[in-house]
Design a protein around this ligand. Structure first.
Ligand SMILES: Cc1cc2nc3c(=O)[nH]c(=O)nc-3n(C[C@H](O)[C@H](O)[C@H](O)COP(=O)(O)O)c2cc1C
Length: 193
């Protein structure tokens, strides 16, 4: 074998080793959370109550501080006009002004962030929340409720909008206010009651 072959094999071996390292680190991120000593915040936006129920179920299982994301503005009472307004807001990248605030975000190590699926993504209120706080370095665990569409772009968009945070890829995605399975999901993430 000539030296060109040998250096080619060496380059390929190095690339494979680097790829494995990146994959291992990504997996590590989900596993190395110190769940036992962590200070936990469970922040959520909920328009009709489902995401609130999931947030409360998480708190019941593992404790932590509950925080409801609220913002200025109202929606029409009727369902279709309400959804149309939300669609326009999302399309325009609207960021409503928040009316509730977290007293001391710096104290939290793990932040659960809950959003309903609105038109395949997170709600404008949750986007405002993500842009209002420095969540860099924190472990963020998303939870999403939906009406049949599943996760769609919710978790990907939340991850993109959460600058510098370590978003856990094993978020909760549940239909409506379903909470069955919350305990085992949290256990899989490393939390104990
Ligand atoms: C404006 C709006 C848009 C919605 N878009 C979707 C959607 O694209 N996919 C889906 O599965 N559910 C959709 N839903 C249903 C909600 O995600 C679902 O009912 C959710 O559990 C509501 O959470 P909440 O009760 O905490 O507000 C939408 C609901 C609303 C109000």
């Amino acid at each position: 074998m000539n030296k060109w072959w040998l250096s080619g094999i060496a380059v390929v071996a190095l690339l494979v080793a680097a790829a494995y390292k990146v994959m291992a680190q990504t997996g590590e991120e989900n596993k190395t959370m110190d769940t036992q000593n962590a200070k936990i915040l469970i922040a959520y936006y909920s328009y009709s109550g489902n995401t609130k129920e999931v947030a409360e179920a998480i708190q019941k299982e593992i404790g932590g501080d509950l925080f409801e994301i609220k913002a200025e503005g109202t929606y029409p009472d009727e369902y279709r006009p309400m959804t149309e307004q939300a669609k326009k807001e999302i399309g325009a990248g609207f960021r409503p002004k928040l009316t509730t605030s977290v007293a001391d975000m710096a104290q939290y190590d793990i932040v659960f962030i809950g959003s309903p699926n609105w038109w395949g993504t997170i709600t404008p209120q949750v986007s405002s929340f993500l842009e209002s706080y420095d969540l860099s370095g924190k472990t963020v665990i998303p939870f999403v409720t939906h009406g049949g569409g599943g996760q769609q772009n919710t978790i990907a968009d939340l991850t993109a909008q959460c600058k510098g945070c370590k978003v856990n890829s094993d978020g909760w995605v549940g239909y409506g206010s379903r909470t069955l399975g919350i305990g085992s999901w949290l256990e899989d993430l490393g939390f104990k009651k």
